[in-house]
Ligand binder design. Sequence first.
Ligand code: JFZ
Length: 492
Amino acid sequence: MSAYFLNIPVQYEMRKTAIALALLLAACSASAQVNESTPLAADIEKPLRYGAERLGKRQDADMRRFRDNRLGAFIHWGLYAIPGGEWDGKVYPGAAEWLKAWAKVPADEWLGLMEQWNPVNFKPREWADMARRMGVKYVKITTKHHEGFCLWPSKYTKYTVANTPYKKDILGELVKAFNEQGIDVHFYFSVLDWSHPDYRYDIKSDDDAAAYARFLEFTENQLRELATNYPTVKDFWFDGTWDASMKKNAWWTARAEKMLKELVPGVTVNSRLRADDFGKRHFDSNGHLMGDYESGYERRLPDPVRDTKVTRWDWEACMTLPENQWGYHKDWSLSYVKSPVEVIERIVHAVSMGGNMVVNFGPQADGDFRPEEKLMAQEVGRWMKRYGECIYGCDYAGWDKQPWGYYTRKGDDVYMAVFNVPYSRHLTVVTPKNVKVTGATLIGGKDTPVTEAARNEYLVDVPENTPDGPFVIKLRIEDSSGEKDRYRDALT
Ligand code: JFZ
């Protein structure tokens, strides 16, 4: 009896909790799926001082250039290239640029490698030639990785190229050489700095707070120095911002972005720099992207069917050739190394989802590239030369994914990048309503027949005499949907 009476309020409380939970879940999923074009009701937006400055994509000329470039190269070059993954006779299989951490090398011992920094075979113009031939439109250079060694003669630390046998300003030479070839230069910058005594992983005392304040001032000085001394820089790609100390100093991440944008008009900044008032990173507590583009796709890519939400914002992915080696590692037999075709597929995959792809190089300590990287650059370049029109300036097409490969689109041009040829030798194309396919041409080749199999379904014949490897077919379409360029220029 008493249990029955007791049950009533208990059930009532449970129902209340269930309703509150349901409301909370609804709010959460609404913010997770927020469509940037339809701002959320103000009552579920949290007020933020350091959240996103903007809803949707930047549409100015500099951002369009960033986006249209589509293919970039990463260069991870620092003291870690000297040991190349080996310390005291032991080869560590982890990322070579993290060797100091794997082998627990004290900072001053690690920075002693500076005495050996003398890349006598470094030829910036040859680097720029190689990049141009590969078809990359921009290069992201590690100005300073976690180790703290600067590729430019920073006046705020002694750990720079100026204090090595080589002496010369590597960064300055690279900026000049790439810019001469019409290639944009982006700066990678690690906030995390193992060389600096004031760096803190977390702030647990007043002393920590004071040290970290000094560290942030040092970092800001370095950023101002980079932006001022190399004014043609187009982008800052931040890294090493994941520690609790940074999340507790979100104000600084917003301030650094603002400062760089004032110093370098039009400059772009990745989302990895930013944290909001609650320490939330990349996307703020209201689900809006911070910075200009998302930079979380590292060595992986969004699923072409499930993850189409990524087409609502700008993003850039980056990849390594081995499993996870950014800096030079002497032994690439320790993990699988991607073939040029696999690199090409990832480039196309990224563009098909509205993103950019950056392919990494880890130059040797002598300033030359390993043969595998030279070969890859050459093979990718050969493909880009013939088929690059399906990459540069292209975007998400919005058509249903097919097993043969990926679509990209530029205005009324829809491209089919074919990686898997079906036994039937017919490539199925399912168009959106009001879009007709009227013809198809192999890029660098001839027209190929198209037959209408059903309403909005076409079969495109695999062209005769396709070259080995992936090829691209350009479709002629009639689009009466009135939604031309919807995916590109909509004010999302
Ligand atoms: C960082 C660095 O630690 C690494 O050495 C390299 O420079 C790479 C480009 O960036 O590593 C990361 C950073 C972020 C993620 C993974 C590895 N992430 O967001 O998944």
